[in-house]
Design a protein around this ligand. Sequence first.
Ligand SMILES: Cc1cc2nc3c(=O)[nH]c(=O)nc-3n(C[C@H](O)[C@H](O)[C@H](O)COP(=O)(O)OP(=O)(O)OC[C@H]3O[C@@H](n4cnc5c(N)ncnc54)[C@H](O)[C@@H]3O)c2cc1C
Length: 510
Amino acid sequence: MPASELPVARFTDPANRHIAVVGGGISGLVAARELAKTGVRVSIWEQEPTLGGRIRATELAGVPADMGAEAFASRGGTVACYLAELGLAKDIVYPAPLGSWVLAGDQALPLPRGGAIGIPAQPLSKEARRHLGIRGSLRAAIEPWLPLRSAKLGEDPTIADLVSTRLGSRVLERLVRPVTLGVYSSDPEKLRLSAVPGLDAAYQRERSLIKAAKKLRQASSAAGGAVAALSGGMTPLIRALEAEIRRLGCEVHPGVEVAELRSRDHGAWQLCDRNGAVLTRADAVLLAVPEAAAHGLVTLPGEAPEHDEVEVIALAVENSRLDTAPRGTGVLIAAGSVGARGQREDSAALDQPADQASGNVAKENLILAKALTHVTAKWPDRAAARPSGQHVLRLSYGRAGIRPETLELSDAAAFERARVDAEQILGIAIAAEQVVDRARQRWHIAAPSQNRPNVEAPPGIALSGDWVHGTGLASVIPGALKAAQELFAWLIAEPVHPCHSEPESEVRPE
Ligand SMILES: Cc1cc2nc3c(=O)[nH]c(=O)nc-3n(C[C@H](O)[C@H](O)[C@H](O)COP(=O)(O)OP(=O)(O)OC[C@H]3O[C@@H](n4cnc5c(N)ncnc54)[C@H](O)[C@@H]3O)c2cc1C
């Protein structure tokens, strides 16, 4: 009998319908909560033993330290509103107003304030001149008077093309590149204007990148700029969400990989493990897994992408010289940089390109880290949780398209490398015995240019996660809410076929 002739019932009792969420990162958890609030039966399947995905902490000298996301962009207040819904508003904390630094060549300087993604709001300011030299500052300062967009840049240019054309190569190399690498783990050549939230619209409106950067910062919407976190890091959000979805009756299955999705007649889906055993049957599935994993489960347009890798190494260090926060909240490091000499005032040196400033440096002396966060300087609550004089330094490795060099190293060698890099970046000696604990964590990440909000999935499947909605919690949380709402709307518009009420003979791992 053709499907259209089967007797159908309308969707009346949500509890009779089942939506499975695959992936227990922030995206899956937010979607699961949204769906569970409707009364529909919801299950969530996560391959790792714990929920949270790229929000994860480890104990460092007895105190939790974030190894993945450590903050959220406060643009638009979206994440703060969501946290308030979960009763976490009182736990929101803000970074110390120390600002971050950039290390290019051997020159470590505070990042000019008031701009966005490294684009200076005032290219002629003393701060900006220190980075760019007089020539570079003057070149950047004429930008507001240039015609809006040169035809050769196209509709959605890369940040590299746009910045070098409008502001000059010094702004690109000395400010923008270290910031995009640190914030987006992406070279500006791989980052499109549309992938930086708010920048394209502000640029069109203001007809100038400098003015757009200033407006973005004033509106607290600059990536890597206006950020906040929860007291103790971002994992309290995961714990609160887990408690909430369990309270709403969501079935939680940590440590279970969904290896296969089988499409059944009339739109139902079977979730199977590696042995082909059916884990559960669902009327609809929300895939909140990274793009490569989604490609393994359903047919999607395009090829599964190569993912970049990053490694985070965190050190707990007892060294009172760190009490003065020698490089603010942390440092973004341009490729090819060596030990920081600190601020320079002489303009002759400033007009020397950063790569020449480092001279012919032996490869082994180059700093491999792309960013260092002085966690206990940035977050006063994190400092208060530790004994006086104990600091946490978090270094990230892996520039876009290049495997982190540390991945090949043994634990001992990787931690030693991180200690030496930290010394060079911060310009202070850190003895090996002052490192009292250490941890490392490897991550796969999607390049931001791959975000595909309109990617089509088969009926009954919704896609969610940073590769769909954009990197970072401020994009992922609203994206997951929307994906859940759209999937629920699709489900209630669907007729109920008799096969959906088949008894489930399924494996139910705990
Ligand atoms: C080092 C680092 C630092 C970051 N810092 C910040 C920051 O400070 N602020 C910010 O906003 N963002 C930050 N981000 C980005 C942010 O962490 C991510 O954008 C966000 O956490 C992505 O969430 P997600 O749910 O889309 O994906 P994920 O967190 O990756 O969750 C996907 C989940 O799916 C699971 N999974 C995959 N395949 C299967 C399967 N077959 N079966 C079952 N489960 C499966 C995975 O185990 C994973 O738990 C950072 C990222 C990294 C790596």
